[in-house]
Design a protein around this ligand. Structure first.
Ligand code: FES
Length: 143
C-alpha cells in the first residue's frame, strides 16, 4: 500500500511525499519538493533520514520555517500530528482561519503580537487568544 501526504503553501514551499511500509519499515520513499534552493537542500538532507522504521524517524528541531514544515510532514507520516487547528475560522471577529494562523506561525509569527500583525487574528474581542496561543505553542513545541 502506498501512503502519501502533501504540505503546500502555494508560491512558497511544497512537499509531496509517498512511501510504502513493509513490517513498519519505510520502503520506496519518493518525494517532490518545490521551493527555494536552501529549502531543496534542506529537504535533501531530510530525505537521507527517511529510512528504517517509520516510528523512529528523527524529528527536525528548531523553529525555522524549514524545520517546522518537515516536523509537521514527518509527524503526519507517523500519524502523530495533533496541532489544535480548527477546520474553520479560529478568529471569528476577523474571519481568520486556523489554517491561515498555522501558516503564519510556520513563516515566523512566533508570538501573539506577530500573529496579530500578520493575520489580524485576535485583534477583536480576544476570545480566540488561548486557541491562537495553543497553536503557537504546539508548533514551537512549548507543550
Ligand atoms: S474571536 Fe478573535 S478577536 Fe474575537
Amino acid at each position: 500500500m502506498t501512503n502519501k501526504i502533501s504540505w503546500a503553501h502555494p508560491g512558497r514551499e511544497e512537499v509531496h511525499i509517498q512511501w510504502g511500509l513493509e513490517k513498519d519499515q519505510l520502503t520506496d520513499v519518493s518525494m517532490k519538493v518545490i521551493g527555494s534552493l536552501p529549502f531543496l537542500r534542506y529537504s535533501q538532507e531530510i530525505k537521507k533520514t527517511l529510512t528504517g522504521p517509520l516510528e523512529n524517524l528523527p524529528i527536525p528541531s528548531g523553529s525555522t520555517s524549514f524545520a517546522l514544515i518537515w516536523r509537521e510532514v514527518i509527524l503526519r507520516m507517523q500519524n502523530k500530528w495533533k496541532a489544535p487547528i480548527p477546520d474553520g475560522d479560529l478568529c471569528h471577529c476577523r474571519k481568520v482561519s486556523g489554517e491561515k494562523v498555522a501558516r503564519a506561525i510556520v513563516y515566523g509569527a512566533h508570538s501573539l503580537d506577530e500573529l496579530r500583525l500578520r493575520t489580524s487574528a485576535n485583534t477583536g474581542c480576544g476570545t480566540c487568544l488561548n486557541d491562537a496561543q495553543s497553536i503557537i505553542d504546539y508548533y514551537l513545541v512549548k507543550k
